[in-house]
Design a binder for this molecule. Structure first.
Ligand code: AMP
Ligand code: GLY
Length: 422
């Protein structure tokens, strides 16, 4: 079969590499892709939001399976676009429709869903310009720090955690007045949950699910989890506290009720669900839902999957996931992100990368890279994910860090403490 993967990050490179292991697959295309996906597969210069061109390509090329990597086209309705036309009736699609994608696209929608299905999450208040005074009253009754979230998609930047009450009120006002454009017309004020985060993933067909390996992401730019938030600077899988009683609570109180809710609401959901969880003294809470895999979590999840991922994706897309099992390697996987210095602020691009040919102990997933006449250059903030497997966390990290040193580009930056707290 022929597969099209939409996206251009380390996540899409990792998903494509896993898909390529399947005997069922003859050819993989990635749109728009990066240097890594163009070396390993074939890049198609189409933007993930250009549904017309994507549709045309699917028909011309006879694509059988479409895997949507990022949330944007899902929230914008790529599934709806393809499903409304009979021409695509044989296409298998991984990713929910626009209305189900609101679980990520609207924090308010996600909160209402969680409250309806009794899924543990932080208490909240939905602030709008019209109820500002009530919003401030709600905030006054909370303990600091104050969590303010733009309701819509804000490219991972829409969350502010502010310790000072007066500053939080000021921030709230600025957000409601367009700090994040339309995304912050509504702002959720949330109770702050103090705990350790963990990312849990499933593939669902809207009725049943398969649990993928869990991961922990290191979101801050600086060592010791300091400085601004990024897309993620590294990740590890498995997560030591995701076992026994805690894992059981996650399944019983969060994953199963979420799938039941999706089924009850008759959501058109065939794809990945990413549960952003926080462990507060042994009790799991949902911080957020995402309707896709995480990045860089995917770069440690995919190498741990032993089963044929494509068989699972096909079963999910067809609605036949019941009784599907997944085999996972017991090895630990770690990834260290090599970023452009300055990220998540301003940074330079078009810097040549060397040393990739010297890597043998790690798997390199490309993110912000491009291929120009056979040479590889930086093209983004997060440039490469250096993933490694090991029998222990130390072994895996040692491989990732040894490889990280062998890869060179001017202004290379990476955190030296991935996995430090586990
Ligand atoms: P989100 O975009 O909702 O994932 O939020 C980004 C980050 O903000 C999360 O990964 C958490 O680290 C933090 N965060 C969000 N909501 C809360 C909360 N209610 N309590 C504590 N931390 C939070
Ligand atoms: N690494 C977090 C995310 O993909 O949202």
């Amino acid at each position: 079969m022929k597969v099209l993967v939409l996206g251009s990050g380390g996540r899409e490179h990792a998903i494509s590499k896993k898909i390529a292991e399947s005997k069922l697959v003859d050819k993989i295309f990635v749109a728009p892709g990066n240097a890594g996906t163009s070396i390993d597969f074939e890049n198609i210069p189409i933007s993930v939001n250009d549904f017309e061109k994507i549709g045309e390509f699917i028909l011309n090329e006879g694509i059988n399976l479409l895997v949507v990597g990022s949330e944007d086209p899902l929230v914008k309705g790529i599934r709806n676009f393809l499903e409304k036309d009979d021409k695509y009736k044989n296409l298998l699609i991984i990713g929910p429709d626009a209305s189900a994608a609101q679980l990520e696209g609207s924090k308010d929608f996600a909160k209402e869903f969680m409250f309806k299905y009794n899924i543990p999450t932080a208490a909240y208040f939905k602030a709008e310009k019209s109820n500002y005074d009530d919003a401030v009253k709600f905030m006054k009754n909370l303990n600091p720090p104050y969590v303010l979230k733009a309701n819509g998609l804000a490219a991972g930047k829409g969350v502010i955690i502010e310790p000072d009450f007066e500053t939080a009120c000021k921030e709230l006002k600025e957000m409601l007045h367009g700090k994040f454009g339309n995304a912050s017309e509504k702002v959720l004020i949330e109770e702050f949950l103090d705990g350790v985060e963990c990312s849990v993933f499933v593939i669902t067909d809207g009725k049943d699910f398969v649990l993928l390996p869990e991961a922990k992401d290191y979101k801050r730019i600086g060592e010791g989890n300091t400085g601004p938030n990024t897309g993620g600077m590294g990740a590890v899988s498995p997560v030591s506290f995701f076992e026994g009683d805690f894992k059981n609570k996650v399944l019983q109180k969060i994953v199963i009720p979420t799938i039941k809710g999706i089924q009850k609401e008759k959501m058109n959901y065939k794809g990945f669900i990413f549960f952003g969880l926080i462990n507060v003294k042994g009790e799991p809470y949902v911080i957020e839902y995402n309707v896709r895999m995480g990045d860089p979590e995917t770069e440690v999840v995919m190498p741990r999957i032993k089963s044929d991922l494509v068989e699972i994706l096909i079963a999910a897309a067809k609605g036949n996931l019941k009784d599907t099992n997944i085999d996972i390697y017991s090895d630990i996987c770690t990834t260290v992100i090599l970023a452009s210095k300055g990220y998540p602020g301003n940074y330079e691009t078009n810097i040549e990368i060397s040393g990739l040919e010297n890597i043998s102990d790690s798997i390199i997933f490309h993110a912000g890279t491009k291929l120009v006449q056979g040479r590889i250059f930086t093209s983004g903030g997060r440039v490469l994910a250096v993933s490694s497997l090991g029998k222990t966390m130390e072994e895996a990290l040692k491989k990732s860090y040894t490889s990280a040193k062998k890869i060179n580009f001017e202004n290379k930056y990476y955190r030296r403490d991935i996995g430090f707290d586990l």
